[in-house]
Ligand binder design. Structure first.
Ligand code: NAD
Length: 492
């Protein structure tokens, strides 16, 4: 059984354990501790103590530590990607890429985090100086989902550390092993207590961390439902809440698009990580003039994809994360079919596998925009295709959503692309290249996806508070001080 990483050492709590299951084989890979409020308290004490020294370490020194950490992560890329494939199911190449993005993100924030600490502001009077300084919040809690267990960790940890905070991480119970496997690197490169890792149930140790008076900022990536609960707990304590929540991204294909490219792009955007990406293409709107041709190509491509264990080199799609998730997606597909949708391929658990949570890549047509499958987040390999009359119709439907994470369009018509970009409510808008992130480009959502941002300079500022400093280098008696009788005489 694994232990928790607190104050630079392994801590084994006495209580119950949680199994970590390989979704491709259903074998138990290991167990993690089901941490308690007492473990949360221990981690908070460690992080608080470390904060008192970490915040004052010069940014250049912090940056050097993160650069060295990134180097060691790269050296471990293959081993880590293998473990990530075993616990999360994603194909090996997707995990290999994730490890590289994690290392690059540490390096990005190592540099951006030593670039500025506030602004100089024009004063309102002579001999005065005004400026802002950015300060850390204190102890940051990072709550991580299972679909990108290291990437969504670094998007919080790297800016939080460079801002001067210390961190307690709570990984998902589905994929905690990869994070625990790099605890020794935090131990090697950072002072004890600067990064701590605890495990357990969200409602137990997660909420204990959120409600602990010694934590200052709660950053969570997860479903909107979980985010609402965490947000409420934060609001009750007026604690800073940073939420990267659910998505339901639209994908528009216009009639001028290269349909071969657009259909491949749509399949990749819908089926990457078996459709378990917050920015997956979850609703496809195609101009009716090209809908038949586009659908034919998308089905052909979907049928050609290879489902299997992510450790096999020819696997395109791995398993879904667990049976509950698979059954949820299948239920949504059946509901849509009952309401009139047609399955063109997939729509079932794959009969080819005796073990594992494999769901076939699914393309649906005759889908209505008001179906549950389209209206709420369907987190699996499903591409529901809907027809639209023109760009205005597509924009209207794309916007008819409670979420606002990302949106995609395929077109070379500048007017359509720019109109859609300006009118669609989404934190990221991709034109002719879905799902591409950039460390320097802010990532996050509008509406019920959150309103927070990770990456870019915005992602650093989310972990810093602003202090305004007013300085008068000539201490003098002000005319507007008491007594007011004198002041009134001066100003009347
Ligand atoms: P989830 O909400 O079930 O869990 C996320 C994390 O929150 C886990 O670590 C879980 O243990 C913890 N948690 C659950 N209840 C909690 C509570 N009451 N208090 C504290 N912590 C709690 O989400 P998931 O199934 O792991 O991930 C999938 C979801 O994440 C999808 O909705 C997806 O869209 C979303 N997501 C969003 C982004 C984004 O950037 N917006 C990125 C990836 C995933």
């Amino acid at each position: 059984m694994k232990a928790q990483w607190i104050a630079g050492q392994w801590h084994k709590p006495a209580r119950a354990k949680i199994p970590v299951v390989n979704p491709a084989t259903e074998e138990i890979l290991d167990y993690i501790p089901r941490g308690t409020a007492a473990d949360a308290d221990l981690a908070v004490r460690a992080a608080r103590q470390a904060f008192e020294t970490w915040r004052w370490i010069p940014a250049l020194e912090k940056a050097q530590m993160l650069h060295r950490l990134a180097g060691d992560l790269r050296a471990r890329q293959k081993k880590l990607a293998t473990l990530m494939t075993q616990e999360g199911g994603k194909p090996f190449c997707e995990n290999r890429d994730e490890v590289e993005w994690v290392a690059a993100c540490f390096q990005y924030y190592a540099e951006v985090g030593r670039n500025s600490r506030g602004n100089s502001i024009p004063p309102t009077f002579h001999h005065q100086v005004n400026f802002t300084i950015k300060e850390p919040y204190g102890v940051v809690v990072g709550i991580i989902p299972w679909n990108y267990p290291l990437l969504l960790m670094v998007w919080k940890v790297a800016p939080a550390l460079m801002a001067g905070n210390t961190v307690i991480l709570k990984p998902s119970n589905e994929t905690p092993l990869s994070l625990l496997s790099i605890a020794d690197l935090f131990g090697k490169h950072l002072p004890a207590g600067v990064v701590n890792i605890v495990t357990g149930r969200g409602a137990e140790i997660g909420e204990a961390l959120i409600q602990h008076p010694g934590t200052d900022l709660i950053a969570i990536t997860g479903s909107t439902e979980t985010g609402k609960r965490v947000g409420q707990l934060c609001a009750a304590q007026v604690k800073k809440f940073h939420g990267e929540l659910g998505g339901n991204d639209p994908f528009i294909v216009c009639e001028d698009a290269d349909l071969d490219i657009a259909s491949r792009a749509a399949c990749w955007a819908a089926f990457l990580n078996t459709g378990q990406v917050c920015t997956s293409c979850k609703r496809l709107y195609v101009f009716e003039s090209v809908a038949d041709e586009f659908t034919k190509l998308a089905v052909k491509h979907a049928k050609s994809l290879k489902l299997g264990n992510g450790l096999k080199p020819d696997t395109d799609l791995g398993p879904m994360i667990n049976l509950r998730q698979l059954e949820d997606v299948h239920h949504r597909v059946r509901q849509a079919v009952n309401d009139g949708a047609r399955i063109l391929c997939g729509g079932r658990r794959s009969p080819k596998f005796k073990k594992g949570f494999f769901y076939e890549p699914t393309v649906l047509t005759d889908v209505e925009h008001d179906m549950n499958l389209v209206q709420t987040e369907t987190f699996g390999p499903v591409l529901p295709i809907m027809r639209v009359k023109d760009i205005d119709h597509a924009i209207w439907l794309a916007n008819d959503s409670a979420y606002g994470l990302g949106a995609n369009i395929y077109t070379n018509n500048m007017e359509w692309a720019m109109k859609a970009m300006e009118r669609i409510t989404a934190g990221t808008f991709w034109i002719n290249d879905p799902l591409t992130d950039n460390d320097a480009g802010p990532f996050g959502g509008m509406r019920q996806t959150g309103h927070s941002r990770e990456l870019g300079e915005e992602g650093l500022d989310e972990f810093r508070e602003t202090k305004h400093v007013h300085l008068d280098y000539k201490a003098e008696r002000k005319t507007y001080w008491y007594p007011y009788a004198k002041y009134n005489k001066l100003t009347s």
